[in-house]
Structure formats: C-alpha cells, structure tokens
Unconditional design. Structure first.
Length: 319
C-alpha cells in the first residue's frame, strides 16, 4: 500500500513538473510538456489506475496551489484525466467464458479492445483542443481573431492585411484547430505506447501486449464521422467543433490504416523498408497521411484485413 502511494506521488510530481516546465519557454520544455502524461500512464499500467488517480489529484492540487486554478484545470483536462482513464481502460478485462464456473477453470481474459482505446484518445484530443480554443473566446469570430493576432506576433507581421503574409495567416487560422487536434492525438497515442513499452520492459505491465495489427475502430465510428463532416458546413462554433472532431476521427482512421499496412506487408521480404518509408514520408512530407486515412476507411467499409486473414490465416501472435 505504502509503495503504491509513493509511486503515485512520484508520478504526480514528475508529471506536474513536466507540465509546468512550459513556463520557462525553453525548447526542451515543449517536449517535456507533451510527455507530461507519461509518468501517470506508467503508474496506471504498472501499478493500477487507482495509483494514477492519486498521482493525478495530487499533481493537480499542487499546480493549483502554486499557479492558480487555470493551471490546475488545464492539467486536469489535458493530462490527468486522459492518463488515468486511458490507463484504466487498457487494464479492463473480462473472462472469455460467460459461465463463472468455466471462467474459473479457464482464466483466459478478453481485454478492452485497442480500437476502443484509440477512439477514446480521439475523444480526449477533441476535448483538449476545444478547451484550449474556448480560452481564446466564446464564439468563432473571437477565437479566430485571437488565433490571428497570435500568429501575426509569431510571424512578426505588423499589418493584418500585409499581402502574402496576411493570406498565409488566414490559412493558418483555418488549419490551426485541426493541426492542434492531430498533435493531441499523436502525443496521447505516443505517451500510451511509451508507457506500455516501459512497463512491459520492466515486467510491470499488467496485461499481455496487444497485437496492434488488429486495431479496429467500433462500427459506429464511421457513422459519427459522417455526422461531424456534415456539421462542418453549418457555420459558427458548431462547425469549428465539428472540424476538430472530424480531424480526430480521420487521424484515428489513419492509425488503423497503418495497422492495415502492417498486416498486408507481413509476408513482404522488404517489409521493414516499406514500413519505414511510409512512416518517414508521412512524418516529413505529410500528404501520405491521406493515403493512410483512405486505407483505414477502406478497411472499415470493405474489411480488407478480414479478407486477408481469411486467405492467409489469422495473424501470428506478437510478443
């Protein structure tokens, strides 16, 4: 019990310090800021979600006492809540058999699907981005105005109508919410993966390592995507929120697209090169992400992986 509390306090302190480091303005602080959920996720996956919850509450209260309520609320929404909940979901399991007596004889467990965890990551990315935008204003005009002024300062443009610079800023204002959503998606996913790797390497991971090639979003996700895409055209704050949600769901499908690519290339002799090139092109060029989104959507509609496994057999277990 005491060990768990100490782990919780250590994780909470580390997470709070990483989150607060952004105040320094140093470049390295940005990396630490995005990795702030990592200690709490490690605590959740290695010692249980209750440990992460204690650490989260302690860290939030500490930040609130030192820097005030806004910092406490920002930490709670963007770091503590996602870290605790995603860790909790990752450890959820139920007996494979519905018969309690048979479950006792065969203690196999059906773990919470990684696709549903990915959907929750998308939900938290939407919550984080919308919460950040609402600190800039309560309507589309005020939010876009605040974004525009901030970008003008960053780019050093003095006049809001300064030709090419003004048009570039206008484009960045439109893209900024979607870009922030994608960053939130990527960093949350990366933090959870790193936390699982750390706890797995140390022997503390309290569940088997999942086969990420089988990651599939719930069926209703495609319907939700259609709805939010339609809402993007209504205008106002609703459209802005719908654009953020669309970006998160499309990024989730891009991640399942990579899972499809991992599946389809598992018999390729040059598999490592193909996968490495796909990741590098997506990271440095960007547009190949569209191909991954298309692949993920095609798999959701046509069952590409299901057809592949029917032909070549189920995926081999991964360690």
């Amino acid at each position: 019990m005491m060990t768990g509390i100490l782990i919780a306090l250590a994780a909470g302190l580390a997470s709070a310090l990483m989150f607060a480091s952004i105040i320094s303005g140093a470049v390295i602080s940005l990396v630490l800021f995005y990795l702030a959920p990592l200690p709490l996720m490690v605590a959740a996956l290695g010692w249980g979600s209750a440990t992460a919850l204690i650490g989260s509450i302690t860290a939030a209260l500490g930040l609130g006492a030192l820097f005030g309520f806004p910092y406490m609320a920002a930490f709670a929404i963007t770091v503590a809540l996602p870290a605790w909940w995603l860790g909790h979901l990752s450890l959820l399991a139920r007996p494979v058999s519905e018969d309690p007596q048979l479950a006792g004889l065969a203690p196999g467990l059906d773990w919470y699907p990684t696709g549903r965890v990915l959907l929750w990551i998308a939900i938290f990315a939407v919550i984080t981005t919308i919460s950040a935008l609402l600190t800039l204003g309560t309507d589309e005009t005020s939010i876009n105005g605040a974004l525009r002024r901030g970008l003008m300062r960053v780019l050093g443009t003095r006049s809001e109508s300064a030709g090419d610079s003004g048009r570039m800023v206008d484009a960045l204002v439109v893209l900024a919410p979607a870009a922030a959503t994608l960053i939130a998606m990527i960093t949350l996913t990366l933090n959870l993966w790193l936390a699982a790797k750390v706890t797995s390497t140390s022997g503390r991971l309290r569940r088997p390592w999942p086969d990420l090639r089988t990651t599939t979003l719930p069926t209703m996700t495609i319907g939700a995507l259609i709805v939010v895409v339609m809402l993007c055209f209504v205008g106002g704050l609703v459209a802005m929120g719908a654009q953020i949600a669309s970006s998160a769901l499309l990024m989730a499908y891009a991640m399942t697209g990579f899972a499809v690519l991992h599946t389809l290339t598992q018999t390729f002799s040059g598999r490592a090169f193909v996968l490495g090139a796909a990741y590098a092109a997506t990271l440095f060029i960007g547009w190949p992400l569209i191909a991954m989104i298309s692949l993920g959507l095609a798999d959701a509609v046509f069952g590409i992986r299901r057809a592949y496994w029917t032909k070549h057999g189920p995926p081999a277990p991964t360690s």
